[in-house]
Design a protein around this ligand. Structure first.
Ligand SMILES: Nc1ncnc2c1ncn2[C@@H]1O[C@H](COP(=O)(O)OP(=O)(O)O)[C@@H](O)[C@H]1O
Ligand SMILES: [Mg+2]
Length: 236
């Protein structure tokens, strides 16, 4: 499975008919097994780009190709759980075919086993994010989309969830697209970094990280970060 996108523009129009340009030229490709990271400052158009790449938004200039049967697992910026359903039911509703072994394994990795029967209002943001992630993976996606999964979590919690995401990504061959404005997360999780300008987002450059995620030492991560810092990227 492969994702190819050539986007030449995207604008929103307000009620007064004024045009608000959100995306400029963005050209990217990603293969199954790779983690692509959309990295750019807040408000530059990352979530807009994700919606286009996933097929949710078809109102743009350009072309996106992805296999038509690809199953998509999506984790939005807000967890978007159904408040009147338990954690387990939220997941089963999205993935009716999920078997018990698969579900238990997911709950295990994400440390959710004790929360199966809890309701969304009983969950912290970190827990709710993990449930949203379990729901996206329960559908056995070919294409996993994560929109700022670590934002607004404290450092320790973010580091643990990042490790859990890495474990889940290694456990399944899929195409993964991650949005973040945190360089450390981008370098620790990504294989190909798509560096975006401020709005309207334009692809500044693509940076590939050849060393496998699990083999990246702290020294490697520092070296890649130093390399990227030289590029004088726009403020986060
Ligand atoms: N549905 C919408 N209608 C109008 N403007 C929007 C809509 N969604 C996003 N925008 C605008 O598009 C710009 C980019 O938003 P977004 O893609 O959410 O950025 P990011 O995810 O990088 O923070 C922002 O200026 C935002 O206000
Ligand atoms: Mg966003």
């Amino acid at each position: 499975m492969q994702l190819e996108a050539v986007i030449t523009g995207k604008a929103y129009r307000n009620a007064a008919g004024e045009q608000h340009d959100v995306l400029d030229k963005v050209e990217l490709s990603l293969r199954s097994g790779e983690v692509g990271v959309l990295f750019g400052p807040s408000g530059c158009g990352k979530s807009t780009l994700l919606r286009i790449l996933s097929g949710l938004d078809r109102d743009y200039q350009g072309h996106v190709s992805r296999p038509s049967q690809a199953r998509i697992g999506m984790v939005f910026q807000e967890p978007r759980l159904l408040p009147w359903r338990s954690v387990e039911d939220n997941i089963r509703l999205a993935a009716p075919g999920v078997d018990e072994a698969k579900l238990s394994a997911l709950f295990d990795v994400l440390e959710l086993s004790a929360h199966r029967s809890h309701f969304p209002s009983e969950l912290s943001l970190g827990l709710a994010r993990r449930v949203a992630l379990a729901r996206a993976l329960a559908v056995e996606p070919d294409f996993l989309i994560l929109d700022e999964p670590l934002a607004s979590l404290d450092d320790a919690l973010a580091a643990r969830l990042r490790q859990q995401i890495a474990t889940l990504i290694e456990g399944r061959t899929m195409l993964t697209l991650l949005v973040t404005h945190n360089l450390d997360d981008a370098v620790r999780l990504g294989d190909r970094l798509f560096l975006l300008s401020a709005r309207p987002a334009r692809l500044l450059r693509t940076h590939s990280i050849d060393r496998p995620r699990s083999a990246r030492s702290e020294a490697d991560i520092r070296a890649i970060r130093t390399d990227l810092a030289r590029l004088d990227l726009p403020n986060r």
